[in-house]
Design a protein around this ligand. Structure first.
Ligand code: HSE
Length: 438
């Protein structure tokens, strides 16, 4: 157990945007942090591939070999912020085996290997804290694990990738191209090293995997998340959606149903009157629907050095407080007791229920629309709104249809027949729509 006067010594593994941010924050707010923990937290060793000339590390041991940090007896807690999964997995495993608590921002590592790492940590009496892994500075992990612990969580919907949301916002508000907006987000330090993780929804799937486990008490199951990116989204659909009163957001959705759990990341139309549809730029937000509290919304900066460091240092404060009390970490890693996680089935995407925005290119002939609506009706699909635009040069009309909620399997069956009609040109654009009402 720590004595009152001892400083807790932290090793930071990875010294990029996030690691540097945590180092800076521990210095900037050292006084406030020590008042909260009851002892100073000092960085004693940094594992970094290269030096940073914007930060004074002259009083800290710096190693090129990250494992030297993990094995250093003068390091009590490891902050793993290197990203990637291969070396990070070895670093975290070695830290646990060396009896060190771990604070990590690595959502990919936890989504892929969290089940084994948490089990190992539990066997070795250490804790893995991961507030920074989801939604940067928004304390959504603490909300799901602690603040809403009395609730039955029914659904959550999140804008959990700042880069994607920044791109969608820039495209809509400033007419920027997808590539320009992505470049800006990268320059601002928001994007993942591989930007396809952001724009193809992989980063959001990592985060959704973690949130769903905490919400429903299920193991981490990244492979079961249906994932669709924003790279094929066109400005024309963004504009038509707006005309119909919707914003398009890249949403991560987890919902408990009688049949199983829906886990999906995809572009989604949201009614403009929902607060979450006004979350712009790099900001993140998570809407949680639970009983008895109802809908609650958590909003803030989801990426960048300061916000992510805020979450890392908050985790350090939690771990240090518990440690000084002689506890390994009081809250179960996945919110529910490890032997109380259920194998609730995760539904394939064909089994999910959602509403749809459809855009068809139809030859401008009498009866085409009647054929389309007949094929929808055949599958029990009810129409909420329909919008036909004037014919353009080629004699084709864009038709936009918004449907009521239906099972995806029925929608796919209807679309296969609609696309086979001779007067329907090209593939039908299909974007899911969620009303997000309680
Ligand atoms: N690339 C991520 C994002 C960083 O844009 O949200 C935070 O996880």
């Amino acid at each position: 157990m720590q004595t009152k006067q001892d400083a807790v010594r932290v090793g930071i593994v990875g010294f990029g945007t996030v690691g540097g941010g945590a180092f800076r924050l521990l210095q900037e707010n050292a006084g406030e942090i020590a008042r909260r923990t009851g002892c100073p937290i000092v960085v004693s060793h940094i594992g970094a591939r290269r030096d940073r000339d914007d930060l004074d590390t002259s009083k800290v041991k710096v190693s090129r070999d990250v494992f030297a940090v993990v094995q250093d007896p003068d390091v009590d807690i490891i902050v793993e912020v290197m990203g990637g999964t291969e070396t990070a997995r070895a670093v975290v495993t070695q830290a646990i085996l060396a009896g060190k608590h771990v604070v990590t921002a690595n959502k990919a590592l936890l989504a892929e290997f969290g089940n084994e790492l948490f089990a190992l940590a539990e066997r070795h009496g250490v804790y893995i804290a991961f507030e920074a892994a989801v939604a940067g500075g928004v304390p959504i992990i603490k909300v799901l694990r602690e603040g809403l612990a009395a609730n039955r969580i029914d659904a959550l919907a999140g804008i959990i990738n700042g880069t994607g949301n920044y791109i969608l916002t820039e495209m809509r508000e400033k007419g920027r191209s997808f590539a320009e907006a992505l470049q800006e987000a990268q320059a601002l330090g928001y994007a993942e090293a591989d930007p396809t993780f952001d724009v193809e929804g992989i980063d959001a799937a990592h985060k959704l995997t973690i949130l769903a486990s905490l919400a429903f008490g299920i193991p981490l199951q990244l492979k079961k998340v249906y994932t669709e990116g924003i790279s094929r989204l066109t400005t024309i659909d963004v504009a038509y959606a707006a005309e119909l009163g919707y914003s398009i957001k890249h949403l991560g959705l987890a919902r408990r149903t009688a049949e199983g759990i829906e886990l999906r990341v995809h572009p989604t139309l949201i009614p403009r009157e929902r607060l979450i549809s006004h979350v712009h730029g790099v900001k993140n937000a998570v809407l949680v629907q639970s009983h008895p509290v109802g809908s609650t919304l958590y909003y803030g900066a989801g990426a960048g050095a300061g916000p992510t460091a805020s979450a890392i240092v908050a985790d350090l404060v939690d771990v240090v407080r518990a440690w000084r009390e002689g506890q390994g970490g009081r809250v179960p890693h996945l919110a529910f007791q490890p032997d109380e996680l259920y194998d609730t089935p995760v539904l394939p995407v064909e089994a999910v229920h959602t509403a749809y925005y459809l855009r068809l290119q139809a030859n401008d002939r009498p009866g085409v629309l009647a054929e389309v609506t007949h094929l929808l009706a055949e599958q029990g699909i009810s129409i909420e709104a329909i919008l036909q635009k004037p014919a353009h040069a080629a004699g084709q009309v864009p038709v936009i249809i918004v449907t009521k909620v239906v099972q995806e399997r029925a929608m796919n069956a209807a679309l296969a027949k609609i696309e086979a009609l001779v007067d329907i040109v090209d593939h039908v654009v299909k974007i899911r729509l969620e009303n997000l009402d309680a």
